[in-house]
Design a protein around this ligand. Structure first.
Ligand code: PLP
Length: 314
């Protein structure tokens, strides 16, 4: 089993059936509750943060820098966990900040993060790299974390996730299984892909895209292959290994869809599970639509709930 450097997340997260939803849709649907990883309001970014902050500490960093959208869940977790390890945190956030701050932006302020807002996503990484260089010149030790924490270090958290899931699945009756989840910067997918190879699992994967960035499969395969190398397994990946569906994005990242809002209502009313409009609502709308088309017949579908609750309150 992959060793976690810190135990910030409360693991294993529950895996349980969604009985009312399954009956409504006529499909065996389960949920893996990574919304309940706990630390700093949980979600998928906590699993990545354990590995990223351990690496930052090992490199003697005194400040973390990362970037994302103004309501980034990743930024929220990095801001909080950095403080936990005695490091400053600087965030480069694209989009319009609200006044007063709400949702993740409010939590970033509570964490004492230094926040720089830039108009669009194009400027944020460049601004971050510029500042990192300046900090180095000043004798500081910055640790730069890419958007979403989606490199081979952060994605290790999702290779470990897959090992956890494989253990939970062993306790259930054998049945062909599909794991479905939202995908954006791709680190979650990359880790899952490497973890699937590591455990020699037959579980099928399906990412539901929530943005329109070009060539997500390329990044995912690069990161997953680098991760496989770190894990000492021979597997290398091609886009055919990372199936994804872009039919449920709507107008683009962060733009809610009617089907996503409907999925949020349904899960809240039937199962008491809160989804968010940016990631999990859209992914669940894809699951429901594909299930109604019979795409998963005879199989168990597991919905990976990646969190994002603070984004609902904005
Ligand atoms: C709640 C939530 N779900 C899913 C994702 C997508 O994960 P990844 O960026 O690793 O593809 C994110 C990333 O920002 C997220 O915050």
């Amino acid at each position: 089993m992959i060793e976690r450097p810190f135990q910030l997340a409360t693991l294993p997260t529950p895996l349980h059936p969604l009985e009312r939803l399954s009956a409504l849709v006529g499909q065996d649907i389960w949920i893996k509750r990574d919304d309940l990883t706990g630390y700093a309001m949980g979600g998928n970014k906590v699993r990545k943060a354990e590995f990223l902050l351990a690496d930052a500490r090992a490199q003697g960093a005194d400040i973390t820098l990362t970037a994302g959208a103004v309501q980034s869940n990743h930024a929220r977790v990095i801001a909080s966990v950095s403080r936990r390890f005695g490091m400053e945190c600087r965030l480069y956030l694209s989009g319009q900040p609200t006044d007063p701050p709400v949702g993740n932006l409010l939590l970033n302020r509570l964490a004492g993060a230094q926040i720089q807002c830039v108009p669009t996503s194009v400027e944020r990484s460049a601004a971050m790299e510029r500042d990192a260089a300046k900090l180095r010149e000043e004798g500081r030790r910055p640790y730069v974390i890419p958007i979403g924490g989606s490199n081979a270090v952060g994605s290790m958290g999702y290779a470990a996730f897959f090992e956890e899931l494989a253990v939970q699945l062993k306790a259930l009756p054998a049945k062909p299984t599909v794991l479905l989840f939202p995908t954006s910067s791709g680190g979650t997918y990359a880790g899952i892909l490497a973890g699937k190879a590591l455990t020699r699992s037959e579980v099928e994967l399906l990412g539901i895209r929530v943005d329109l960035d070009p060539e997500p499969e390329r990044v995912i395969c690069e990161v997953a292959s680098a991760l496989a190398e770190r894990l000492g397994i021979p597997d290398r990946f091609t886009p055919a290994d990372a199936p994804m569906n872009a039919d449920y994005v709507g107008e683009g990242y962060g733009q809610p869809t009617d089907a996503g809002q409907e999925a949020m209502r349904l899960l809240w009313q039937e199962e008491g599970v809160l989804l968010d409009p940016v990631y999990t609502g859209k992914a669940m709308s894809g699951l429901l639509s594909l299930a109604r088309q019979g795409a998963f017949s005879g199989r168990r579908v597991i919905f990976l709930h990646t969190g994002g609750a603070p984004g609902v309150f904005r």
